[in-house]
Design a protein around this ligand. Structure first.
Ligand SMILES: [Zn+2]
Length: 456
């Protein structure tokens, strides 16, 4: 029985695996299965800026969160965005892995992620100066900068406009706050800075004082405030303290037409009915007019060159015509005399105390013209002791006249003078107590009372 059992057992043993072996196999299978399961059950801990922000099953899941955020940002901003994110992935294994829900990761990322948007930079001589939304906007900004220096009207035609510097429009990703609206971008390009500094005029301040207090020159201050017309400021008036230094030099070429005056010239005609010292204006000169066509080159609105292309006379100028006398003075007097200057007699001819006054004194202010009382020849013109600056005219008929105390002599010895010609100016030279003309008439050297010779 036992044997049989044994036999049977043996037989069974032969047909089936030994239970121990079976156990081993099962165990192995279990371990393998577990190992397989364990090994397949991995995930990634996402580390951003050294901080674990969650666990994702795989890297693609994380990327899909980023893509989703990007799509949302692009929708919100209307332009392409690029996230600045550095994520490290740490592989983790475990039996039960706690995968962070997508929404949670998205929330965390949203709060800490920086992003740049696609924009167009205006690059001047290699330097990116301003960013605007896109290339189109950048073009409009450049056009507006050019337009700021174009003054077209019916008398000026724009021939061309160029920017001196090398200007490129470059697409680039920047932080969203770098992107300007077009108006601001234009202002910065024109002003050379985005800085604004305004000064409110206080009582007692002048341009000079404000300039000095802000380390500027008065001309800087005027350049920064082209609207200022006069030196007087109003209290409370606002002055810009930043001198514009445009990033760009806009060069414009205009063809302009304008009218310009043509100066007149002077013609001299001679007339023997006038004395040689007399000149009369026969005809006043009148400016003519011409139409000028010119090419004007301006840099940032300031003229740097003007080329005259054409000039057309619209109205000829009118000559100024002077008539000059040719009649020379006779050297002989008429024997009749003119009152030599305007003024009252302050001292008559004749006895004056112990002295004898050899002429009349005519009080007149300094500079009053003194006229030759009759035609003749100057025989003395210069300083003569108590007479001061003296002129003596010999009338060639035995008469001589003296003009003393002058401030200025207008004729010289040998000059022929005509009756009524201005020969000197009243003064106070020599022995004189106030401006006056001392006037003498002498016959053969003897002083006579001038009052007896005046024409009425
Ligand atoms: Zn006198």
């Amino acid at each position: 029985m036992l044997r049989e059992d044994n036999e049977a057992h043996k037989t069974a043993k032969k047909r089936r695996l030994h239970p121990v072996l079976l156990g081993i196999i099962a165990c192995a299978l279990l371990i393998t299965g577990f190992a397989l399961y364990y090994n397949n059950n991995t995930a990634f801990c996402v580390v951003v800026d050294g901080e674990e922000i969650g666990v994702v099953k795989n890297k693609e899941d994380f990327q899909s969160v980023i893509d989703e955020l990007a799509r949302e940002a692009e929708e919100r901003l209307g332009s392409e965005v690029k996230f600045l994110i550095e994520a490290d992935f740490r592989r983790i294994k475990g039996l039960s892995l706690d995968i962070t829900p997508k929404e949670e990761i998205k929330q965390v990322l949203n709060s800490k992620m920086e992003y740049k948007v696609k924009a167009a930079a205006v690059q001047i001589s290699g330097e990116k100066v301003v960013w605007v939304e896109d290339e189109e906007a950048a073009r409009r900004v450049l056009d507006a900068v050019k337009a700021a220096f174009i003054e077209e009207d019916e008398n000026s035609k724009l021939e061309g406009v160029e920017i001196e510097e090398e200007v490129l429009i470059v697409e680039d990703y920047v932080f969203p706050d770098k992107v300007l609206d077009e108006e601001n971008a234009v202002a910065i390009l024109l002003r050379g800075t985005d800085e604004i500094k305004v000064h409110k005029v206080k009582k007692g301040e002048s341009l000079w004082l404000i300039a000095r207090n802000n380390s500027m020159t008065v001309s800087d201050l005027k350049n920064a405030n082209p609207d200022i017309k006069s030196e007087t400021l109003q209290i409370g008036q606002e002055l810009n303290l930043i001198v514009p230094k445009p990033y760009l030099n806009v060069v414009t070429r205009e063809i302009i037409t304008y009218n310009k005056g043509i100066p007149y010239s002077t013609k001299v005609e001679y007339d023997d009915s006038l004395w040689s010292w007399e000149t009369r204006v026969k005809q006043n000169g009148i400016y003519g007019t011409k139409e000028v066509t010119a090419r004007v080159i301006r840099k940032n609105g300031v003229e740097v060159e003007r080329e005259i292309l054409e000039e057309r006379v619209l109205k000829e100028p009118v000559y100024r015509i002077l008539t000059r006398g040719t009649k020379t003075a006779p050297s002989r007097g008429t024997g009749r005399f003119l009152w030599p200057t305007i003024g009252r007699i302050s001292s008559p001819f004749g006895k004056r105390g112990r002295e004898f006054h050899t002429g009349v004194d005519i009080a007149a202010s300094v500079g009053t013209p003194v006229k030759a009382a009759d035609s003749g020849t100057v025989t003395f013109a210069g300083w003569n002791g108590g007479y001061g600056r003296l002129i003596i005219v010999d009338h060639g008929n035995g008469f001589t006249t003296y003009y003393a105390h002058n401030s200025k002599l207008l004729v010289g010895v040998g000059d022929k003078v005509e009756k009524g010609q201005t020969i000197s100016l009243v003064g106070n030279s020599g022995r004189s107590t106030g401006p006056h003309l001392h006037f003498e008439i002498r016959k053969n050297g003897e002083p006579l009372n001038p009052l007896n010779f005046f024409e009425k």
